[in-house]
Design a protein around this ligand. Sequence first.
Ligand code: SF4
Length: 237
Amino acid sequence: MKPIYEPKGRAKEYGDYALNIYTGCPHRCYYCFAPSVLHKDREAFHSNVEPRKGIVEAVKRQLISENIKEKLIHLCFTCDPYPIGHDSGVTREIIKLIKNSGNHVQILTKNGIGAQRDFDLLDNKDWFGVTYAGYKTTPVVPPEEEQNAGWPIDRFRALVLAKNKGVNTWVSCEPVFDAEAIYRLIENGAYIDLFKIGKLNYHPSVINWGAFGRECERLCKKHNRQYYIKEDLRAMI
Ligand code: SF4
C-alpha cells in the first residue's frame, strides 16, 4: 500500500498530495461523494470507521522509500481525519511522521473540537481548515445536512485557535447551501487565510451560481481576503 498519492481531476484543486487515513466516516453528510468514489455501500461507509489496516507503517515506509520532502499533504479526501466518536490517535501519529520527515499537512475537518488536540504539532508551514457550507440551522447545533458532524461554531473557534498559534487557516466553502452565509463569512473572516469556494454539485439548488461567484469575488477583493474559486464555479461566473 502507498497511501500518499497525487489526486486527480477535481480533487487536484485541493492539493498536490493527499492521504486518506480511515475506512469510512461517521459524519453522514448527505452529499458525501466518498462511498461512490470508494465503491462502498453508503451505510457501511458511515458505520465501519477504523484506521486503514497498516496505515502508519505504510506511511512511514513510503516517506522514506520515495524520499518525500517539503510537500503539503492533504488530510483527507475520502474521510474526515477527526471522525467524531472514534479514536483519532492514528491521525496524530501520521501528522508526526509527516512533520518529522520534513513535510507539512493541510487538514480539512468538520470536527473543530477533536482537531485541537493536534495543534501542538502544527506550525506556520501547515494549514488547518474546516468545511463551511452555510447551513439552515444555527451554528450551535449539528447542521441538518451533516447529521453527525461537529457544530459550525466549534469549527470557527478551532480556526481562531489555529490562527493564534501561527498556523495557516483555510475554509472549504463547498458544497454551498446558503449564499448569504458565505458572504457573511467572507466579510467577518479576518482570521481565515484562504477561502476555497465552490458550489453544490449533483443536487438541486436555488442559488444563481454565476451571481454567487461574482459576489464572492467582489467581497474577497473588498475585504482583502485570499481566495480560490473552484473550476466548477469559475465556469459559471
Ligand atoms: S465529513 Fe466528509 S467524508 Fe465524512 S461524511 Fe461528510 S463529506 Fe463524507
